[in-house]
Design a protein around this ligand. Sequence first.
Ligand SMILES: Cc1cc2nc3c(=O)[nH]c(=O)nc-3n(C[C@H](O)[C@H](O)[C@H](O)COP(=O)(O)OP(=O)(O)OC[C@H]3O[C@@H](n4cnc5c(N)ncnc54)[C@H](O)[C@@H]3O)c2cc1C
Length: 521
Amino acid sequence: MYRFMSEYDYVVVGGGSAGCVLANRLSGEHEVLLLEAGEPDEAREISVPIAWVELLRGEYDWGFRTVPQPELHDRSLHLAQGKAVGGSSSINAQIYERGHPSDFDRWASAGNEGWSYESVREYYERIEGGELPGYGTDGPQRVAEQDGPSPLSEAFVDAAVECGVPRLDRSEVRHAEGAGYTHVTQKNGKRHSAADAFLRPALDRPNLSVETGAEVREVLFDGTRASGVRYVQDGETTRARATGEVILAAGAFNSPKLLMLSGVGPADHLRAHGIEVRADLPGVGRNLQDHLITWVCYESGTGDTYDDADSWPNALRYLLLKRGPFTSNGGEARAYWRSESGLEAPDVQFLFAPAHIERNGLAETSGPAFSVGTSLVRPESRGRVTLQSADYAADPVVDPQYLTRDDDLETLVRGVRKATEIAEADALSPYRGDRIFPSERGEEALVEHVRENAVTYYHPVGTCRMGADEMAVVDDRLRVRDVDGLRVVDASVVPTIPTGNTNAPTLAVAARGAALIAGDD
Ligand SMILES: Cc1cc2nc3c(=O)[nH]c(=O)nc-3n(C[C@H](O)[C@H](O)[C@H](O)COP(=O)(O)OP(=O)(O)OC[C@H]3O[C@@H](n4cnc5c(N)ncnc54)[C@H](O)[C@@H]3O)c2cc1C
């Protein structure tokens, strides 16, 4: 038995996209403690939309790495994850996409009751706010149009249409279909993170406590019932009791890590690290899915690219008016494409940036250019997260096993070929100079290009999958199997990865998860 310092109805672990939604909804009626390992989201780079790339590898990024990936020439990829109030929603590229309706219908037809698109749509409408037709209008999460996209982004949409992708109306809801501008989580020219949308408005409630710099190291149990957590803050260890439930919202790498450190996971793996087994759940850490993205890039000399976006006039314009290129998230337009006929949903997303992008902007860049990213949005490959040791300080071992299914490589290569077709369509010709890469485009050269350049699109999900089978970690009410008083509510519970960017689906999962916990689903 532990001596607890304080007592709450619910203890939420992680103040990211999902954690902020949970804290907001549950503190309506209950005593809630939200524990976030990162610091407050006060850096200017967090609020200025275009600056998100500068946050990568810094103090607001957990900075995980994959193990070397054999199908990517043994490269080890940097896997950013937000470590701040707002979590990954405080460092992400702000693209708002609901996913494809069939994504959710797949979850439901796998036996997860209440997760069809029809059911989840209501939660989207509850969380969305703003003036864009088709979305919810009264919810806290602002969904906005690009403020002043580059003319190149418009030309990209025209080019995609020229190459057979249906055009989306400028204000159509962003399902994973068609070509159009990206919609973004922004308000008045600034990032509107989950913390801005859900946490800040609840902060003055007396029954919501938020602790930052608070690293949860273990879920505590009385028998099989989760009774609280042990966390370390400023070098001091504290125990907080949850009389209701402990809810893990620590993201796709740290939620399974915390379960395993607490004795919930594959028994043989836990024993190998000397961890006492509380519940043998072989699926913890399995089913890791992520989107890979790889870019084609062309010179562009018209002055409409963002290579000098950080100029003084642009900075001043942003400072005074919150307008101009600083309000751009970089990825201003996108198009979805079915790489084969007969697919129920697109399997490729093209993302357009009026800039020179190599490996998500992290490589050295030079000169005015535009880039088209090709992302594999319905991958078949599945990876895993395991423990390096029983020590909390050790990063989890992340092995996404990218492209281990042949189909994935073939689809990505078909996509890259299509990306060059779009980039070389007439609509982009006024803006297009020489191709920078890939330098060749025979089949072998494109395979090589993918293996050498593909990187993560930062969308890991699935490592505490919901379901009813042996390998499921949570049930369709997001309760961890074989124990009581413990749920996981974040991107880890997603059974199959959404066809588009993962923030909005995670917010919807959390909104429904919160309703299930509060009993008003
Ligand atoms: C660089 C980047 C760009 C992205 N771009 C987009 C985009 O444009 N559009 C989109 O839809 N999606 C994007 N995503 C993905 C999207 O942001 C995530 O899918 C989503 O935020 C996941 O939400 P989550 O709640 O599961 O995890 P997170 O938001 O990552 O939250 C987890 C939180 O738990 C905290 N935590 C972890 N361990 C502990 C612990 N032991 N104790 C206490 N707290 C802990 C973390 O610090 C973090 O705050 C991007 C992600 C990244 C990293």
